[in-house]
Design a protein around this ligand. Structure first.
Ligand SMILES: Cc1ncc(COP(=O)(O)O)c(C=O)c1O
Length: 353
């Protein structure tokens, strides 16, 4: 608390990101990073971008990157927005479309940054309980007043909502924005991008942090009708004209260009997810069906907090949320096979006690 803080600042309850431990020998399965490195093409492009031109500002509208993404998804450049990580893109979407409005519908269990943005932008959040299988019922999201937001696949559950059901939500909310946060879509789901031309109220947000192994570069994007993108640009240009530096723009273009590497690493993550799920089930964990690069699991008899503490003592970090309905679950990021074997070995040691 400080007398210099505005009333707004005093009231904020900021988001707390998953731990980024300083110890390097830990098996880090707590923040859904990609266990595989970025494409070699990305690293080459970044090295090339480190030159005397860094004295110049980057392209404020990141036109080449937008064009690359537009070509990749079969969109127009005017339907693409980019920002400094998808968290920033989400914040700008809240400012552009939901700010000051009543009744934004969102699942009771979803990405914990959304309530923080609601507070920052004076949006009234209306939490809709997921059903007993932790999946989302489209009919609960009909007739929103401010808008609708949910991750697909959902986080931290990993469960996916099929496109046909997303269409029902879009059709039932023609007068407000339906934001589909596709941070994890590339690990088995089908993107809602192909619905953009049919639904002017659809905004799809994605990130290069997960499936393209670039969490450290902070690159996010949004795709939707050109009018929505223009709204985002208005907010962005009232805040920071240059959210993506020269190196980030070069990295992102290369990441979308090296499609083979992208598909290769996504397939490896999916294969490891299947292995991890089977191993956990063998040890009496219930694992929710995941289409993401993490699994959400609870043990038949051991408490999640205890398991997390034991894992941590043995050098393995996973995520535990002290939140109603899910406090007995652990969210475990998919790792390399070596990391996952270490996790399973520690769990076996714990269960043998
Ligand atoms: C559902 C969801 N959306 C958005 C993000 C933000 O990703 P980034 O800011 O790294 O692009 C995350 C990060 O974990 C997430 O889980």
């Amino acid at each position: 608390m400080s007398k210099f803080w505005s009333d707004k600042t005093s009231c904020l309850q900021p988001y707390v990101p998953g731990e980024q431990p300083k110890l390097t020998n830990l098996v880090k399965l707590n923040t859904n990073e990609n266990p595989f490195p970025p494409s070699p093409m990305v690293l080459t492009a970044m090295r090339k971008a480190i030159n005397d031109d860094l004295r110049l500002y980057p392209d404020p509208s990141a036109d080449n990157l937008k064009q690359t993404i537009a070509d990749y998804y079969g969109l127009h450049k005017q339907q693409v927005f980019v920002g400094n990580g998808s968290d920033e893109v989400l914040a700008q979407a809240f400012a552009a479309f939901f700010q000051g409005k009543q009744q934004l519908l969102l699942p009771d269990i979803s990405y914990s940054f959304y309530p923080v943005y609601c507070q920052l932008y004076d949006v009234e959040a209306c939490y809709v309980p997921l059903n007993e299988h932790f999946s989302l019922n489209p009919a609960d999201y009909y007739g929103a007043r401010a808008g609708v937001i949910f991750p697909n696949p959902n986080a931290p559950t990993g469960c996916i909502l099929p496109l046909a059901q997303i269409e029902l939500i879009l059709q039932a909310n023609p007068d407000c924005v339906v934001l589909v946060d596709e941070a994890y879509i590339d690990f088995g789901g089908e993107s809602a991008v192909r619905l953009i031309d049919d639904y002017p109220n659809l905004l799809v947000v994605q990130t290069l942090s997960k499936s393209r192994s670039l969490a450290g570069m902070r690159i996010g994007l949004a795709m939707g009708h050109a009018d929505l993108i223009e709204g985002l640009e208005r907010v962005k240009n009232s805040f920071n004209s240059y959210p993506l530096d020269r190196v980030a723009q070069a990295a992102a273009i290369a990441a979308f260009t090296d499609d083979d590497y992208f598909h290769f690493t996504c397939a490896k993550v999916i294969k490891n997810r299947i292995w991890l799920t089977e191993q956990l089930q063998r040890m009496e964990f219930e694992v929710l069906p995941s289409e993401a690069n993490f699994v959400f699991a609870r043990h038949g008899s051991k408490e999640a907090a205890q398991i997390a503490a034991f894992l941590r003592q043995h050098g393995v970090v996973v995520r535990h949320f002290q939140q109603e309905r899910i406090s007995n679950f652990l969210r475990i990021s998919v790792g390399t096979q070596e990391q996952q074997q270490r996790l399973i070995a520690v769990l076996e040691e714990m269960l043998a006690q």
